[in-house]
Design a protein around this ligand. Structure first.
Ligand code: CDP
Ligand code: MG
Length: 141
């Protein structure tokens, strides 16, 4: 059993649709604990730094526009195999390919506005959690 942490972002278009609770409920059902949480409107500088791995991609400008368009709900999740387990709950990046019952299948509006972000590896999770949270803002069980 590996207890991991992962970073979750409910993207601005999903926050605007008032579905934070619906998404959090799915996390709770999957035994992912929310051990830290904050609502932030990312600045363009923050969004570009967060998604730096994608800076050369054609969708980068759209992605930054989407991520800075309003407040995001950013949280740290903890649980057994949290990184993989949350990616499974999220569904594929492109909602057209997301399995039915996943968060993206149900709540994405487009490929860019695909409702949520989740870390894709333990290295990314560590970087992304440190990007938004300090140790005093996380409340492990
Ligand atoms: O979010 P995820 O890890 O599933 O996908 P990614 O490949 O790391 O891409 C980051 C984000 O860029 C996605 O969640 C989409 O919002 C956006 N994206 C896009 O707009 N168009 C693409 N062809 C690929 C990704
Ligand atoms: Mg990714």
């Amino acid at each position: 059993m590996t207890i991991e942490r992962t970073l979750s972002i409910i993207k601005p278009h999903a926050v605007a649709k008032n579905i934070i609770g619906k998404i959090f409920y799915r996390l709770e059902c999957a035994k992912l604990l929310i051990i830290g949480c904050k609502m932030l409107q990312l600045t363009p500088t923050q969004a570009r730094e967060f998604y730096i791995a994608h800076q050369e991609k054609i969708f980068f400008k759209n992605l930054i526009q989407c991520m800075t368009s309003g407040p995001s709900m950013i949280s740290v999740l903890e649980g057994e195999n949290a990184i993989y387990s949350y990616r499974q709950l999220m569904g594929a990046t492109n909602p057209i390919h997301a399995l039915s019952g996943t968060i993206r299948a149900d709540y994405a509006d487009s490929l860019t506005e695909n409702a949520i972000h989740g870390s894709d590896s333990s290295i990314s999770a560590e970087r992304e959690i440190d990007f938004f949270f300090n140790v005093h803002e996380l409340f492990s069980k």
